[in-house]
Each structure stands twice: as structure tokens, then as C-alpha cells.
Design a protein around this ligand. Structure first.
Ligand SMILES: NC(=O)c1ccc[n+]([C@@H]2O[C@H](COP(=O)([O-])OP(=O)(O)OC[C@H]3O[C@@H](n4cnc5c(N)ncnc54)[C@H](O)[C@@H]3O)[C@@H](O)[C@H]2O)c1
Length: 281
């Protein structure tokens, strides 16, 4: 008996990183999954993009768990493409019970008043509007399925705190929290739950690169992820620099399955205490 037996879950940004981990964790507990990703370069983003091969690898790994998987490429900024891909996948797999809106980027690091227009706009379009698009495409299917469905929006500790030099990321991730709280109220009459997840640093391609290391080690010309570890650990309440993707996937599984049946409208930090860290004297 799996904790997700008989359920179908839709995960955005599933080619790699946390999105792939969510797909595998849910499939490992018996869910069939629908996975999507842009699997291509995003303008303004400087670290390596996810690839079609990585999306194919996610599909292969889900299949190896013995679950059914539907997949398509789409940009979460393109609502029509997202809806078309999801509608046909839901028809193939016979319904939808869970949305994990996970796709996201980081693209610029500087004081808010110096942020570039294009970087700000791309961030809001993907990390906030893209999440809304995923809910807009998925919610009619969830309502059709009825009580017991679950919506999980991936925010960040940046959706709870004003981390300096990433105002656009913070604004988008706080926006995701606002969207989750609103949807929780709107979907309450349908007994559909809506929660947000707020991870601290997670070791994925998003932060394991020179661009992100430079945020923490501006003193070095070409810092590595390892160079950034002491600074990353300082952010958290525990002296641990980052989470593994499975740590977030476990929280997503809990919110997706029946064990959390009366939890809705919650903002769940998976953050080594980061959002509650006391930095006073
Ligand atoms: N890594 C961290 O430290 C961290 C911490 C907190 C929250 N998050 C959030 O977790 C989520 C997953 O990030 P990750 O760490 O796995 O990084 P990642 O870069 O490995 O994965 C993000 C995925 O989203 C996809 N994506 C990006 N733009 C897209 C678009 N326009 N349309 C469709 N797909 C798109 C990418 O192709 C990629 O596969 C993001 O929302 C991120 O903001 C990350």
C-alpha cells in the first residue's frame, strides 16, 4: 500500500532538481504523474538550463518505479500551452488529484533599485505568474475530481523574509504565498487543500553554480559552491548549509497525501530554522 495509491499528480519544473524529486517521491508512493518543464534556456538566467534529456530521464525513472507518466514541454509563462498539455495528459491518465507548482528561476542579484527591468519582469512572469498559470490550468480538473485534492505551491524562505539583493525573487515568492492563501479560501468549499512550501537553500543546479556562489563570496573572482558553504550554513539556525531535494520532496508528499487531510492555508518552512533564526545579541 502506497500513500499515493490511485492518485495522479502534476509537477511543473520536473526535468531536474526538486521537481524531479517530487515526481519520484510521489510515484514511489503509488501516484501516476504528469511532468512538464521548459527544458530550454530562459533569457536573463546565467546558470545552465535543464534539457529535454533531463526531462526524459525523469520520465524513465518514474517508469522504473512501475508508475504511469505523461510528459510535455511548455513554458509556464504560456498559459495556453500549459493548459493544452495538461488537458491532454489528464485525459490520458484519467484525472488529477495533486498539483505541485515548482518551476522557477533566479536571475539577478543586486539592490532592488538597481535591478534591471528585464530581469525583474522575467522573474515575476515565471516565479509568480507561471505558478498562477499552473493553478489556473489545474484547478478545474481538481474540482472535477472532488474532495481530497491537494495544491502545493513551492515558494521559498524568500517568500517569508526580505533577503537583501533579490527583491524580485522575494516579491514573486511572497506573491506565491498570497496566491496559496487566497486559493485555500476559494477551494475550501470543494474540500481541496492548498498549502505553500518554503525551503531554505537546496543543493540543485539553481544554487550549485558560480553565479549563486558569488552571492555569498563576492570577494572571490570565480567562487565554487564549496567556497560558499560556510556562508550558506550561517543563514540557517542549524550549522548545516543546505537541504537535499529529498528533504523537500518528503514535505511535498506529506501535503499531497491523506495524512495532512485537515491542513490547508499553511505555509510550511522546510528550512533548518532559517525563517525563525534569532540574529540578535
Ligand atoms: N535551490 C534552492 O536553493 C531553492 C530554495 C528555495 C526554493 N527554491 C525553489 O524551488 C523550485 C525548484 O528549483 P530547483 O532548486 O529545483 O532549481 P532547478 O533549476 O534545478 O529546477 C527548476 C526547474 O524549473 C524549470 N523552469 C524554469 N523556468 C521555467 C519556465 N518558464 N517554464 C517551465 N519550466 C521552467 C527549469 O527548466 C528547471 O528544470 C523553484 O521554484 C525555486 O525557486 C529553490
Amino acid at each position: 500500500m502506497g500513500r499515493m495509491d490511485g492518485k495522479v499528480a502534476f509537477i511543473t519544473g520536473a526535468a531536474r532538481g526538486q521537481g524531479r524529486a517530487h515526481a519520484l517521491r510521489l510515484a514511489g508512493e503509488g501516484a501516476d504523474v504528469i511532468v512538464t518543464d521548459l527544458a530550454d534556456r530562459v533569457e536573463t538566467v546565467s546558470y545552465p538550463p535543464a534539457t529535454p534529456e533531463e526531462l526524459a530521464e525523469t520520465v524513465k525513472e518514474v517508469e522504473a518505479l512501475g508508475r504511469r507518466v505523461a510528459h510535455f514541454t511548455a513554458d509556464v509563462r504560456d498559459f495556453d500551452a500549459l493548459k493544452a498539455g495538461l488537458d491532454s495528459a489528464v485525459a490520458e491518465l484519467g484525472g488529477l488529484d495533486v498539483l505541485v507548482a515548482n518551476a522557477g528561476i533566479i536571475n539577478d542579484v543586486r539592490p532592488s533599485w538597481e535591478l534591471d527591468e528585464a530581469n525583474w519582469q522575467t522573474m515575476i512572469d515565471i516565479n509568480l505568474t507561471g505558478v498562477w498559470h499552473a493553478t489556473k490550468a489545474a484547478v478545474p480538473h481538481l474540482i472535477e475530481r472532488g474532495p481530497g485534492s491537494s495544491v502545493i505551491l513551492i515558494s521559498s524562505t524568500a517568500g517569508l523574509r526580505g533577503i537583501p539583493n533579490i527583491a524580485h525573487y522575494n516579491a514573486a515568492k511572497h506573491g506565491v504565498l498570497g496566491l496559496a492563501r487566497t486559493l485555500a479560501n476559494e477551494l475550501a468549499p470543494h474540500r481541496i487543500r492548498v498549502n505553500s512550501v518554503h525551503p531554505t537553500n537546496v543543493r540543485t543546479a539553481m544554487i550549485d553554480n558560480e553565479f549563486s556562489a558569488k552571492i555569498y563570496r563576492p570577494d572571490l573572482e570565480h567562487p565554487t559552491f564549496e567556497d560558499a558553504l560556510p556562508a550558506l550554513a550561517k543563514i540557517n539556525m542549524w550549522d548545516v548549509p543546505y537541504l537535499e531535494v529529498e528533504d523537500v520532496a518528503n514535505a511535498v508528499l506529506f501535503l499531497a497525501c491523506e495524512e495532512s487531510r485537515y491542513i490547508t492555508g499553511a505555509a510550511l518552512p522546510v528550512d533548518l530554522g532559517m525563517s525563525m533564526k534569532y540574529s540578535g545579541a
